[in-house]
Design a protein around this ligand. Structure first.
Ligand code: 2YH
Length: 284
């Protein structure tokens, strides 16, 4: 799984308002409205200002990513929720957050990134939320996915969740991965999914692309007018690709954080499963 770097997140707090403008321009809604749309709730039904969030830095595994917690806080603030980073890390940080007036507690190690809602006891997961955000972005940018074919590049955890969500949109998916057995596993599990070996040809053939891989995609492969939703980090596209594509939706962290924030507020009955922990989506 791709681990974010200090370099990748360093500009997030200062550039977060640009993301709002970009989303307005590309999808016709700001980050908060987009996240609510993705979760099928109305922004008017949530009193964002009544919530507080705490972000707990976690030192386990490969340790703290400089600027990560501050960047999560900046994204959550953009949603209209007051946010702060706890002084302490790890268990001490969780206990600090629990004994403060924070309602939502964000924390990430190398495997999981969750938002725990103290009021409801439910939590949302970044992988599921990222997939939800980018499939929704593709759907809005394309004006619906029903009956269409999407090329999913990368059959990791985000790509796998995205494939399931694309199926739920009554679309079909061609899937490719640098490890072909991962794409084949999805093909045998879901009707409407086809594993593709030749990634270059697949990019040439498909106008709708969800890129959930860390690889670079040469612009010469991109079809004129392609609609691309790309959670993959680092950014995959060059000038030629940007010129050819009708739209490329990409962001390092905030889009997924926005969806997981709304998910943590709107899921009182169900926890969002981590990809590959639970086979079926449990949200009705
Ligand atoms: O970037 C990651 C992992 N790849 C999980 C992401 C799930 N989509 N984790 C961030 C680690 C943050 C670190 N522990 C910190 O600074 O608190």
């Amino acid at each position: 799984m791709t681990r974010l770097t200090e370099e990748a997140v360093k500009d997030i707090p200062s550039k977060i308002s640009c993301l709002d403008h970009e989303l307005e321009k590309r999808l016709g809604m700001d980050l908060r409205n987009f996240a609510c749309y993705a979760m099928n709730v109305s922004a008017d039904d949530i009193d964002f200002s009544s919530y507080k969030a705490a972000i707990v830095p976690v030192t386990s595994g490969k340790g703290i990513i400089g600027g990560f917690s501050r960047s999560v806080a900046a994204a959550v603030e953009t949603m209209g929720i007051r946010s702060s980073v706890t002084e302490a890390c790890d268990v001490a940080g969780i206990s600090e957050a629990f004994s403060s007036d924070a309602d939502i507690i964000f924390m990430a190690d190398d495997e999981r990134f969750i938002a725990l809602n103290k009021r409801t006891g439910s939590f949302s997961d970044n992988i599921w939320s990222t997939a939800k955000g980018y499939v929704t972005a593709l759907k809005i940018a394309e004006g619906g996915l029903e009956g269409k074919k999407v090329l999913v590049i990368g059959a990791g955890r985000v790509g796998t969740e995205a494939v399931k969500m694309i199926m739920e949109e009554k679309a079909c998916a061609d899937v490719t991965d640098i490890l072909p057995h991962k794409a084949s596993a999805l093909e045998s599990r879901y009707a409407g999914v086809k594993a593709i070996r030749d990634v270059e040809q697949a990019i040439k053939d498909n106008r709708l692309i969800l890129n959930a891989s860390p690889g670079k995609i040469p612009g010469t492969l991109i079809r004129e007018g392609a609609v691309i939703s790309s959670p993959g980090v680092p950014y995959a596209f060059d000038d030629e690709g940007e010129k050819r594509a009708k739209v490329i939706i990409h962001d390092v962290l905030s889009l997924g954080v926005a969806v997981m924030t709304v998910a943590s507020l709107s899921l009182s009955l169900f926890n969002v499963p981590a990809a590959d922990v639970v086979a079926e989506k449990v949200i009705p």
